[in-house]
Structures are given as C-alpha cells and as structure tokens.
Write a protein that binds this ligand. Structure first.
Ligand SMILES: Cc1cc2nc3c(=O)[nH]c(=O)nc-3n(C[C@H](O)[C@H](O)[C@H](O)COP(=O)(O)O)c2cc1C
Length: 458
C-alpha cells in the first residue's frame, strides 16, 4: 500500500462537518476571523508534514424556500462563512511546503477573473495551490445572492466544462514558456511575440484577451472536483486530477471510487490519473475509552435540527417536514445530488427511513466515515478501509479544532508512518508533485485536450 495523501478539511466558519463543537470550551473554531488562529493551525499541519489544507467554501447558505433556517443561524451551521482566498496569501507566507486547495464555484465569478486569481495564488504559494471546482451545492441561495437564475443541476456541469476550457487556455496558452524576459539592460520585461491573445467562443462563456500575468510554477492549479452525481463523475473523469468523495459505508465508497476511475478511462485517461481522497473524521485517543468518550461528546453536540438544516441547504429537502417512518420519495434535486443519492434505495431494496437518515446525518454529517479508537486500532481500520475502497488518501475533518488534529498527530500519525502509510517528509515542491511525484509540475497534456477546442490562440 502506498503512503496516503493526507489533507486537512477546514472552512472559515465556526463549525466543522458534524454538530456544533464551537460551543465546547476547548474548541477554537469560532476564532475563524482571526488570522493568527489560521497561522497557528497551518504551522502545526506543516510541522506534522500533512500534505495540504483544504478550505471548503460556498456563497450559498442553508435555506428552505428562500428563507433562513433558524437552527442553522442559531448553531452557526453553514452560516457564517468567510472567503478563503485572501487567507491563503497569509498562510503561504507563514509556511513553506504545506499545500492549499481552495474552493471556487463555476457559477459565480467570470472565468477570466478566476484564472487571474488562481494564477496570482500559484505565484504567491510557489506552486502549492489547487482548485476545488464546484458547481455549487447551496446553489439556490448563492444564485439569489448574486442576482442570477439557478441553472439546473446537470447543465451547471456543462457550464463548468466551458468555464474550465477558457481558464485552461488562459493558464496554459496565453504566455509562451520563454515570454518572460526581465532584462533590465534592454528594458525588455516580456517578449511581445510570446504573449498571445486567447479567443473563446463557448456555449456559455465568451472572452478575448490574455492572462495578465506571467506563467506561475504550475500554471494551472491542481484540478480537484467533489461531486459524485453521475454528471459530476463524468466531469471528474474528464478534467479532475483529484476528487474528494464523502465517506460512509466502505462498499458505497468503493463503488463511487470505481465509478470515478471508470469515468477517467472513458475520457481516455489512466484509472490512476485521478487521486481520490475520502472525507472522514478521526477521533483518536490514548485509550479506546478516551476516544469513545470524545465520540460521545461530539454526538451530544450534534442536534437533529442542525443536521436537517445542513441537509436542506445541500439538497433542498426538508427532512423534518417528511413522514419519519417512510424512506425518501424524492429522487432528484437541482441542488446537490450526492447527499440525496446517499440515502436512496438500491437494487430494489428500500432506502433508510427519514428518521434513520436524520440520525445518520446527525452522527456522520457530510463526511460519512468516522474512525474511532487508539492509534493502532484506527490504523487497522484505515488499512482495511483503503484496501476495500482503493482510496488514495483522506481529507481529515474536524470534530474539534485544533484538538482533533492534535490527537491525530500525536496518536495516529506515528503508527501510520511505522506501517509506511504516511510519509515523514514532503515530496516535490509543488502541489501537483505532492500528488503525482517529483517532476509532475504541469497539467498533463490529456487534460488540456479534454477541455475541448472552442478556444483559439493568436
Ligand atoms: C469532501 C467534500 C468537500 C466538498 N466541498 C465543497 C465545497 O467546499 N463547496 C461546495 O459548494 N461543495 C462542496 N462539496 C460538494 C460537492 O462539491 C458538490 O458541489 C455537491 O456534492 C453537488 O454536486 P453533485 O450533485 O455532483 O454531488 C464537497 C463534497 C465533499 C465530498
């Protein structure tokens, strides 16, 4: 088994993915507006040689029929949420090797603005940046906020194809490798012959211009995707270098991972061209009893109302308004599909009842997998999970910040390292090299090809 890719899951908000742990005296998540809080965390992750910090984000927030959900506001779940983009510049200065993956939706800002921002971040981080390309799981509120119409679910991915094609052209084609000259003696900053106009005339986006920035170490940020609907997986197969999937029953995660690798093959790529990281919680302690106590404490801070609010914001389905003893009748939504599909019946068998769904979502949240125990027992569970699912790594989600991570670093990492399941030194300078090995700094040619040809370079 190869060493795992280990990333940290955080967002600029007072809570993690299960419950409202911000209320615990030891939890510091509510300091998310304080830059020092983030610098301390980033340094801790780098010292532990964890691969990357992922910052989830959405312009949307939990709502039902256009109205706020009181439990969401009261408990700080899904509301509030800050913009991770400015944060990363500070964290890049405070660290040297830690990678960063930032979420940006293809439904909000124009593609050229996104390209310029990520190019700037790739410079400032010296190639340690990745882009989690989302089509917006809380799309309805984000669309309202931006004064836009909500685009139907699958069409959002068609738009994302077009968006990405333009961004890739800007990153990869606008500047020739030798266009940046910087010769003071001749006042030649750049070679005009090497800076090229990009013309894009796609089904959703039109643009003519340049990336107004010389090439950065990776040019294109590491491309990441995180939606496991059928259309989402096709997008991942065609374009993503890494995919985040929700955890849960190993058989379901294995099925999702196999489907993503199959989508890559159908897009003319190798199944291992996509690295899959599973969102999971690790509650690790010095003894089994201490870890179980932490788990019980976590669940005591997770309410059905808070869980239902997050589910509603993500899927548009109000579980609290449904018959608790029936399975879900709704099969589709124009919001996020993954969390709905997670609870539908399969192969003629009915899905769980609404009561069971609320309880499962209360206990596992949007991540799904919860590993509890001592370092050795969690390492055993991890090995078994990876063997069953074929995952390449994990996104480590917080119960408590920073406690969850401190425990993981103290109790689990040494065991994983002893078993060859975690690295003790960073490999590669850029984030892409962290995923694919030294020398893999640039976007693979096949991904440039898959982006299509509605763009011309002149
Ligand atoms: C680990 C993980 C992290 C995610 N992070 C975000 C995020 O930061 N912002 C967001 O809008 N959606 C996020 N999602 C949700 C998906 O990206 C996607 O938008 C949602 O599932 C809807 O797409 P789908 O219908 O294809 O599943 C995340 C999902 C997972 C599993």
């Amino acid at each position: 088994m190869d060493p795992l890719i280990l990333g940290i899951f955080q967002s600029l908000s007072p809570n993690g993915t299960v419950g409202s742990a911000w209320q615990h005296p030891d939890d510091r998540s509510a300091d998310f507006t304080d830059l020092d809080h983030w610098i301390r965390l980033a340094r801790m992750f780098e010292e532990a040689r964890l691969d990357l910090l992922f910052l989830a984000d959405s312009y949307g927030f939990p709502a039902l029929d256009g109205e706020l959900i009181p439990a969401s506001v009261k408990e700080g779940r899904g509301i509030p949420g800050g913009d991770p983009m400015p944060l990363v510049t500070a964290l890049a200065a405070a660290t040297e090797r830690l990678g960063f993956i930032l979420t940006a939706s293809t439904t909000v800002e124009p593609p050229a603005a996104n390209a310029r921002r990520f190019a700037t971040l790739d410079h400032f981080t010296k190639g340690r940046i990745g882009w989690n390309i989302v089509t917006g799981s809380s799309g309805a509120t984000a669309a309202d906020l931006m004064g836009k119409a909500l685009v139907p679910h699958d069409e959002r991915y068609d738009m994302a194809d077009d968006y990405l094609a333009l961004d890739l052209a800007l990153w990869e084609d606008s500047w020739a490798d030798d266009a940046l000259v910087r010769d003071k003696a001749t006042n030649t900053y750049a070679d005009p012959a090497g800076v090229r106009m990009i013309t894009h005339d796609g089904p959703y986006f039109r643009s003519r211009g340049i990336l107004n920035l010389p090439p950065s170490p990776q040019r294109t940020p590491l491309l990441v995707q995180a939606g496991t609907s059928g259309r989402g997986m096709r997008f991942a197969g065609e374009h993503a270098e890494a995919v985040f999937v929700a955890g849960g029953a190993p058989e379901r995660v294995a099925r999702n991972i196999a489907a993503i690798r199959q989508a890559a093959v159908e897009a003319g790529r190798s199944p291992s061209a996509v690295k899959v990281l599973v969102g999971a919680l690790f509650l690790v302690g010095p003894t089994e009893e201490a870890a179980q106590r932490t788990h019980r404490e976590m669940l005591a801070m997770s309410t059905p109302e808070g869980a239902a609010a997050i589910f509603a914001g993500n899927t548009g389905v109000d579980l609290l308004a449904l018959d608790p003893d029936q399975p879900l009748a709704q099969q589709r939504t124009e919001l996020g599909l993954s969390n709905l599909q997670r609870y539908l019946g399969r192969d003629g068998r009915p899905g769980p009842t609404v009561r069971e769904i609320i309880e499962d979502f209360r206990v596992t949240g949007i991540n799904g997998s919860v590993f509890v125990g001592t370092g050795a027992s969690v390492a055993d569970q991890v090995e078994e999970f990876v063997r069953t699912t074929g995952a390449d790594g994990f996104l480590i989600q917080p119960h408590m910040t920073p406690g969850t991570y401190e425990d993981l670093i103290e109790y689990l990492l040494p065991v994983l390292r002893a078993r060859g399941l975690a690295r003790d030194e960073y490999v590669g300078d850029t984030l892409r090299e962290r995923f694919f090995g030294p020398g893999h700094r640039r976007l693979p040619a096949e991904l440039r090809r898959n982006a299509g040809a509605v763009t011309t370079v002149s």
